[in-house]
Design a protein around this ligand. Structure first.
Ligand SMILES: Cc1cc2nc3c(=O)[nH]c(=O)nc-3n(C[C@H](O)[C@H](O)[C@H](O)COP(=O)(O)OP(=O)(O)OC[C@H]3O[C@@H](n4cnc5c(N)ncnc54)[C@H](O)[C@@H]3O)c2cc1C
Length: 395
């Protein structure tokens, strides 16, 4: 007889491990599946925002994660023409007032371990090929090196990140969503590294961004990404690696990287920022994190939304399971909750990206932010995805 779980979570990145932790801790029988064995790498900038750290505190693993990485209370934004504005991270909603940079190789394994400690049954090397719903709940069809297992659960959470094959096969996505492209590498032996997470808009294609995120006092994750649309494709690089190569060959980055050694390969990966139009549910199923298009289009931050929506989906599913009600109405309540929290922010970020991510506008904004503390405060909060940008107050 096939074992039946309360919830099957597909994908053990931050979104899946967060959901699995909260559901298992609530006493639910949770199956957590991933196509890889852990620890596994995930191409990323590795920066955990205060918002992400707030969820890690709720998960009970904040101290363990901070111990794995490099914490800094400072951020810096560099304008296309090179001038910059620096700030301390603000205290918001009782979240920590610092950022932490933790390589995903170790971060994701720690989060997965947190879910296992809470009681989730983790199975590695299971690629989920299909998820279907019937009156009895959910059936997941997997593929492993040894065969094609089937799993049963009352409900599912899909947390597969920017890998869209499962959602396309299920018909949840009708076609490939638009994506940003980004690439990064690790460097060691940096002698002149600032103690700040640095978002750079110089020597990158706009709309786009570069970053230098310190993983220690002398090492960093360095990368660049950009948005390619049908209208700007002719002036954009062909690949994320091309944007990255241009970025690190620029004079300011050559100075930052002087004497440093690249460790490991340059790796690129897409980012889904299409939450505004993305589906967030399927029958008996909730989508979390990047599977729901939740990456900030201005900064590429997505770990925070993945952790947060994992927690939110767990809360919704726990209530649905307690009431034995997985109806479309209850699933829609999850979608409405996500829209209430993020829709305005994401609509706004896309608008800002289209209208203001030009050299002149960004130079003026960053220069002005250096003169006006209120503007600087709003700019910092915008970059952190905390509020609407300073130059438009209403939609
Ligand atoms: C270059 C780059 C830089 C970035 N920098 C940052 C940053 O600094 N800070 C930040 O907050 N965000 C950053 N992001 C975004 C961030 O990496 C993602 O938004 C975040 O990882 C999303 O978490 P998730 O749990 O939704 O998905 P993921 O972390 O992608 O996890 C998905 C998991 O699902 C598994 N999976 C996929 N398909 C299947 C399947 N069919 N069956 C079984 N398992 C499956 C995968 O193996 C994976 O483990 C960056 C992204 C890129 C590409």
């Amino acid at each position: 007889m096939i074992d039946r779980y309360d919830v099957a979570v597909v994908g053990a990145g931050p979104g899946g491990s967060s959901a699995a932790t909260f559901l298992a801790r609530a006493g639910r029988r949770v199956l957590l599946l991933d196509k890889f064995d852990f620890p596994r790498d995930k191409t990323c900038g590795d920066c955990l925002s205060p918002r992400a750290l707030g969820v890690l505190r709720d998960m009970g693993c904040l101290d363990a994660v901070v111990a794995l990485g490099h914490a800094t209370p400072n951020m810096r934004v560099v304008a296309p023409w090179g001038w910059s504005v620096g700030a301390r991270l603000p205290q918001v909603h009782e979240w920590p007032d610092y950022a932490v940079v933790v390589p995903r190789l170790t971060l994701d394994d720690a989060l997965r371990q947190c879910a296992v400690t809470a009681g989730a049954d983790f199975r590695p090397r299971v690629t989920v090929k299909f998820v279907s719903a019937d009156d009895q709940g959910i059936t997941l069809t997997g593929s492993t090196p040894d065969g094609t297992p089937t799993y049963r659960a009352r409900a599912a959470i899909i947390a597969t990140g920017a890998a869209t094959r499962l959602l396309l096969t299920m018909g949840v996505l009708r076609g490939p969503p638009p994506v940003m492209l980004a690439a990064r590498a690790y460097f060691e032996g940096m002698s002149d590294l600032r103690d700040a997470v640095e978002f750079r808009f110089d020597h990158v294609p706009l709309p786009g961004y570069g970053w230098v995120f310190p993983t220690s006092a002398t090492s960093a994750n360095v990368g660049a990404g950009f948005v390619r649309t049908p209208t700007n494709a002719h002036r954009m690089p062909d690949t994320a690696q091309a944007a990255y190569d241009h970025f690190i060959a620029s004079p300011p980055l050559r100075a930052v990287l002087a004497g440093a050694k690249q460790v490991g390969p340059v790796k690129g990966y897409p980012l889904r920022t299409d939450f505004v139009t993305a589906p967030t549910t399927a029958p008996c199923t909730l989508l979390v994190g990047e599977a729901a298009g939740l990456v900030n289009p201005l900064t590429g931050e997505g770990i925070d939304y993945a952790l947060e929506t994992g927690q939110l989906a767990a809360r919704h599913l726990e209530a649905m399971l307690a009431d034995d009600d997985l109806s479309a109405t209850r699933l829609d309540a999850y979608d409405r909750d996500l829209r209430a929290r993020y829709q305005d922010l994401f609509v706004f970020c896309h608008r800002v990206q289209a209208r203001y991510m030009h050299p002149l506008a960004m130079n003026l904004l960053i220069a002005a932010a250096n003169l006006r503390p209120d503007l600087k405060n709003r700019l910092v909060r915008t970059v952190l995805g905390l509020r609407q940008p300073p130059f438009e107050h209403n939609r």
